[in-house]
Design a protein around this ligand. Sequence first.
Ligand SMILES: Nc1ncnc2c1ncn2[C@@H]1O[C@H](COP(=O)(O)OP(=O)(O)O)[C@@H](O)[C@H]1O
Ligand SMILES: [Mg+2]
Length: 176
Amino acid sequence: MKKLTSQTVSEAFHYKTGIKLGRKIYSGNGDIYHLIGYCARLVKIDHSYRTFNELKEMKSIVDKLKYLHKQNNPSVVKLYDVGTFKHSRNGDVHHAYYYIMEKLNLLPHKGRWHLVSDLRATIESNIPLDPAHPRKFHRFIERAQQLSLIHSDLHEYNLMVDKKGTPKFIDLESFW
Ligand SMILES: Nc1ncnc2c1ncn2[C@@H]1O[C@H](COP(=O)(O)OP(=O)(O)O)[C@@H](O)[C@H]1O
Ligand SMILES: [Mg+2]
């Protein structure tokens, strides 16, 4: 019987996308990597799926990611590609999904957090926008209200800003 060759995540990702993974900068539910040749982009990869049920779960995440990719809402981190791949480790097949996104920055300073601390309530209940809030947050909230999905894990590290200072959601698995 033919032996499965062991393929690392990075080899399998390269095979799928033609892009080489750079340094891993974060390890959590998924891992965040730099991409060689794309300094303004990052990729999030979650390769922990092993059973059929886990794979189904992954499919529903991937459908949401594809929807967000298509919708291209300016209050969500810009997506360049969403997909899945398989890799094998010691003969076991593992399933992964990934999304390539624009690289963002931390919220400018902690002092701003009070502006977004009640963001969820603002987004969900159409509270009239507080004229004291900066315009970028106004527009962020307006566009977030146009999303048909709701971010369920809102905290200051899941909201970042692009180079123009526009706030955007990350951690897209948290949309439901
Ligand atoms: N587009 C991005 N630009 C810059 N940093 C990012 C981006 N996406 C994620 N990160 C960094 O990686 C961390 C974890 O990403 P996230 O998707 O929130 O994963 P987790 O589900 O583990 O919280 C973020 O808090 C942030 O520091
Ligand atoms: Mg997060």
